[in-house]
Design a protein around this ligand. Structure first.
Ligand SMILES: Cc1cc2nc3c(=O)[nH]c(=O)nc-3n(C[C@H](O)[C@H](O)[C@H](O)COP(=O)(O)OP(=O)(O)OC[C@H]3O[C@@H](n4cnc5c(N)ncnc54)[C@H](O)[C@@H]3O)c2cc1C
Length: 392
């Protein structure tokens, strides 16, 4: 068995893990990052970055990733079509994650982090205070076992985190995960390739169907929903709605996956273990946009780890403080929005598709959601319809 010692071990080379490795390596720490898949991992993603969040990033994204821009978003439910394109908040960049994820990983490697590909986290040993002393990983090609002794472990292994499972802290709740069936399509006849298109209805109960163009003739097309029951049939129902645009096209890459809707664990750190990215529910609802938030919080995790190398008991408070300073109320409002969607879905509220349309198009804001909680179903529906028809 191979033995490795390091200051920081990062599990998972998605955007959040690579960013955490980058930030801690920048602080001269000895960092190892392990990834079970081959890079690029062909991640599940609609590959869209909100333009407004770019300025929050801890490093600059090269222009080659941002060459093309979507002017705004169009939202559809029954006869309602709402177009939002009035300011930067509605603009976005299609992203090629096959190139982008290795770019972020390279930043970490260039700062001195050691990358171990095809290396899967298997298990760990920890004490009553959740202080990890060693983890066991395995090379997925030759099955060689590796024992790693980190001072701090950063788990960035996605929504169904094995690190969280290993310490018994992965919460199992209904509707805590959004299920997304999504493909990259080529040779499309898109009605409008300069806008993202977002659809509501039974096929995407609790969330949305989407077309996010990547070029004039290619797009990521998918449905997100709060239940994976009959998800294939629901996806087919959605494709029927957009049949004219997909006629003669090819489905080329499966980008289906899962996204956290509620916190996968009570806390964002236990002992010397920290969680980042999807493992810590660091995405922004309602779209569950997680790439930029994962990078921001990943870098804050790396920074917190460096600050707390010799005062492990302060990890949680330091990490939380840095997130609060950088993200302000974003995650609080985001969770409130997520909860409103989940509640409407669970109650099978009649007005839920209008509510979804209102929330996603931002015709209903945080304050409206509070007001809606107090209204009966009929009153709620007419309140939402009035808001949807308003100009602002
Ligand atoms: C279909 C879909 C569409 C989405 N669309 C968008 C979008 O348009 N824009 C956006 O910003 N966000 C989008 N998201 C969310 C976004 O993809 C995630 O929030 C983001 O990838 C989270 O980054 P991460 O680094 O936390 O996790 P991930 O990107 O999931 O990376 C986790 C990594 O850990 C590795 N790993 C897992 N287990 C182990 C293990 N045991 N050992 C070693 N490695 C392991 C995985 O292989 C993976 O590479 C979408 C999500 C889905 C599912």
């Amino acid at each position: 068995m191979k033995d490795i010692e390091c200051d920081i071990l990062v599990v998972g080379a998605g955007p959040a893990g690579s960013s955490a490795a980058w930030a801690s390596a920048k602080e001269d720490l000895d960092v190892v990052i392990i990834e079970k898949k081959e890079m690029p991992t062909k991640d599940a993603c609609a590959e869209t970055l909100s333009k407004a969040f770019l300025e929050y990033l801890p490093f600059k994204i090269p222009d080659r990733f941002l060459k093309w821009e979507l002017n705004g978003l169009k939202f559809y439910y029954n006869d309602f079509i709402i177009t939002r394109d009035e300011d930067i908040w509605w603009k976005s960049h299609p992203l090629n994650r096959n190139e982008f994820d290795p770019f972020v990983l390279d930043l970490a490697i260039n700062e001195g982090a050691t990358f171990s590909p095809l290396t899967e986290f298997i298990d760990l040993r920890y004490d009553n205070n959740f202080m990890v002393d060693k983890i066991i990983a395995q090379n997925t090609e030759n099955n060689e076992s590796i024992r790693i002794k980190p001072k701090i472990l950063i788990a960035a292994d996605g929504v169904e985190s094995n690190v969280l499972k290993s310490i018994g802290k992965l919460k199992k709740q209904q509707t805590s995960i959004g299920y997304i069936k999504s493909y990259e399509f080529h040779d499309l006849s898109l009605d409008d390739f300069q806008y993202g298109h977002v659809f509501f209805g039974e096929f995407a109960d609790g969330a949305y169907g989407y077309i996010f163009p990547k070029s004039e003739t290619s797009a990521n097309i998918g449905i997100a929903t709060l239940s994976n029951k009959n998800i294939d049939a629901k996806f087919d129902d959605f494709l029927k709605i957009i049949k004219n645009q997909i006629h003669g096209s090819k489905m080329v890459i499966d980008r289906s996956g899962e996204a956290p809707v509620k916190n996968p664990s009570e806390k964002i750190s236990y002992g010397n273990i920290m969680f980042v990215g999807d493992t810590a529910n660091q995405n922004l609802k309602p779209f569950v946009e997680g790439v930029i938030p994962g990078i921001i919080c990943g870098s804050l995790a790396g920074k917190s780890a460096a600050i707390c190398m010799n005062c492990i008991s302060k990890i949680e408070s330091t990490y939380k403080k840095l997130i609060k300073e950088k993200m302000g109320e974003f995650f609080i409002e985001s969770n409130e929005i997520g909860n409103a969607l989940v509640t409407a879905y669970e109650n099978k509220a009649k007005e839920r598709f209008f509510l979804e349309l209102g929330i996603f198009s931002d015709k209903l804001n945080y304050k409206d959601l509070k007001k809606l909680k107090k209204l009966k179903e009929k009153e709620a529906e007419s309140y939402i319809k009035k808001k949807l028809s308003s100009d602002s």
